[in-house]
Design a protein around this ligand. Sequence first.
Ligand code: ADP
Length: 480
Amino acid sequence: MNVLFATSEMFPLIKTGGLADVSGALPQALSNLEINIKVILPNYADLKNEYIASKSSIGKVEILGQNVEIFKTTLINSKLEIYLVDHPTFSARKGNPYMGPDKNPWHDNPDRFGLFCRAVVALAAGEFNENWHPDIIHTNDWQTGLIPALLSESDKPKNIFTIHNLAYQGVFDRQTFERLGLPWSLWRDNALEYWGNMSFMKSGIVFSDTVTTVSPTYAEEIKTKEYGYGLDGVLNNKGENLKGILNGIGEDWNPATDHLIDENYAPEHMAGKYITKTRVQKHLGLPENEKTPLIVHIGRLVEQKGIDLLIQAIEALKDENIQFAILGTGENRFEQTLNKLAAQNPHKIAVHIGYDEKLAHRLEAAGDAFVMPSRFEPCGLNQLYSLKYGTIPIVHRVGGLADSVTHSNEETITAGTANGVVIDYLDVPAIIWAINYFVSLYENKENFNKIQLNGMNTQHEWIVSAGEYKKIYLALLQEH
Ligand code: ADP
């Protein structure tokens, strides 16, 4: 079975969020399940070339008057083959794949990702010098959404579209639709047209054979008006062909082997966690105290993650015996408020604005709790990492958070299922309550250790999720 996995980011080559983690781990896990899978992504200027072998061209094709070249390479340390779609709007532009230094989306995003989609379709159609044809194309998020619509009807590979976040939809105006040279047959309600505009995301949903999203609860939520962003109708229409599969944890997130943390640890020897904790406290300028609860947060500083509410909760708790450490980048207003809060409370609150892979690992290991009050969360990876690292997740019961975190109370502690703190309703008092509740759990060492170990022993390995995707691929090929 040949599968082409199309994505706009992939760890460790280029990463802005969870999609990169999935693209870095899922194809590898599928290839371990005997699937001949190759990944295709844009050849960004900031792609980390040290992780790939030398590239060779498989030719140039003219697409909408533009020359597009594809390079072929492999990931070093694995046999996974990668195609890199080369065009100056990717390869001659440094920085974030989706937005400029002013944090606004690149003005030509529909053109660049439209071109990327067409290059993937051209590769599948055999237009490049490559004698490999996918039976299945697995597309991901809006940047790849035009692929299912553009595949030619004859000899069409089956395709699956995975929604990692429905909030980012790739909606553009009608002039853009015309500029992208799309056939008018696609400008209709049961195609790309979306309330008078065009939507890449809708294209992916409507034209793919199967839609998946990254947790079972999110798969249900997006069928409702509240979480459906106007696409609940088309998502409901998919019926049985919409499924939720929870993401897994990549091999690089394991406290027993993680080379980015200060000392390794495992359930049977936890000392490394507390050594890492005090070193991280020192690194962040917080008082080094193993006993003071350290609550961490890592993520994009945007409303989705509830950072506005979290800031207010932290402000209300700043005089308690609790330390907070926050790592993230995002909207300027949140970055500024957080920096101010840290400057005013240097012994309680540490803030690092920026993207820092190593610090992310160290914080996951150092924290006693990870607070994640997301308004919605398709899957969420940090709570999965937290479970594995013995860092209690404090979460809002939505999406993948609901599917992976079980609230700790007498009943669940006795049953051995407790692994975190969960709130059903999201507001500032609820977050404050949850943090205080966590502190009360933390103070009862016996119960706390049980909750911690329940989390560390939870299995969220990619191989399990990959098995679910493989089942979908097999079912699609049978239909073929
Ligand atoms: P999303 O994809 O919505 O951003 P996820 O929880 O699914 O959220 O995945 C986020 C991923 O990005 C995690 O691996 C997280 O550790 C990482 N991450 C987010 N912000 C930062 C940052 N500032 N520095 C390092 N890693 C980050």
